[in-house]
Design a protein around this ligand. Structure first.
Ligand code: FAD
Ligand code: FES
Length: 246
């Protein structure tokens, strides 16, 4: 989406929709200039444009027993996956992960939709501490598929844990994107030794074949420019609501 004429185009994941009202919903973290700008918008404000959906649809069918793992802001779209997997007849176990207790979101929605829910935080302030409990869970329970959405390190760690059990693990990759249409090459990722484009070949890939270290490196390559852009915006009066003034 692009917020306004001078704005940057950023990729966000649809986390809900209403076919009756003709609406789609997004959930986002305010991490830099564009997401902070969007956070200043009020009900009734207009976005310049929203393009999509881009890429390929998620594979949803009756796999049997599915493990859905959502971390951080990507808990919002994993709720939609849980809903779809349940509607397809799967038994769904959900894991929600957050940095700290106060960052945990949508636990109620996950509990309403899933057969079982586990929560975990990085610091152990709520639920399990870290992902060690998943290693124990997989010793006693069999899953036919695992779907993970969240920070790259979470997708990497879950993929490493499920690999020895041969559980097909689908991750939603979030490389830096520009055009979103396979033209610029910025979103390239290496999966199974092949160079693929996140925007047209993804966003879902096999977590056991993904080169996570390359992805992490590529995500960080524009950090100095991103920080500068955010600072310039904050100090130049760009923030409409006053929360983001430097
Ligand atoms: C397919 C996909 C789906 C995504 N879904 C969501 C979502 O549902 N909710 C959400 O909060 N975030 C999502 N993201 C990440 C989101 O696009 C970035 O947080 C956003 O672009 C940051 O822009 P900024 O100007 O606010 O921050 P910046 O300061 O510009 O960047 C902060 C960090 O965000 C990432 N980023 C920056 N620009 C881009 C870009 N053009 N494409 C991808 N990543 C970028 C980089 O890792 C960067 O270090 C998704 C990313 C992808 C690729
Ligand atoms: S974003 Fe340009 S090729 Fe994918």
């Amino acid at each position: 989406m692009v917020p306004h004429e001078k704005g940057e185009r950023i990729p966000l994941t649809i986390c809900d929709y209403d076919t009756q009202k003709g609406t789609v919903s997004f959930a986002f973290h305010e991490v830099g200039k564009t997401t902070k700008e969007l956070g200043c918008y009020n009900v009734g404000d207009n976005l310049l444009n929203v393009t999509g959906p881009l890429g390929n649809p998620s594979e949803v069918k009756n796999f049997g027993k599915v493990l859905c793992v959502g971390g951080s802001i990507m808990i919002a779209p994993i709720i939609l996956q849980i809903k779809a997997m349940k509607e397809a007849g799967n038994n769904v176990t959900t894991i929600l992960g957050a940095r700290i207790k106060d960052a945990m979101i949508m636990e109620k929605e996950a509990k309403e939709l899933s057969d079982k829910v586990y929560v975990a935080t990085d610091d152990g302030s709520y639920g399990y501490k870290g992902l060690d409990f998943l290693k124990d869970l997989l010793k006693t329970e069999k899953f036919d598929r695992c779907v993970v959405m969240g920070p790259v390190v979470l997708m990497r760690d879950v993929s490493e844990i499920t690999k020895p059990y041969g559980i097909p693990t689908i991750i939603t990759l979030t490389p830096v994107m520009i055009d979103g249409m396979g033209m610029c090459g910025v979103c390239r990722v290496t999966v199974g030794g092949k160079m693929l484009f996140g925007c047209v070949d993804g966003p879902e890939f096999d977590g056991h074949l993904t080169d996570f270290e390359e992805l992490i490196q590529r995500q960080r390559q524009m950090l100095p420019e991103e920080r500068l852009s955010s600072l310039v915006w904050e100090t130049s009066g760009g923030c409409k609501c006053g929360r983001n003034k430097a």
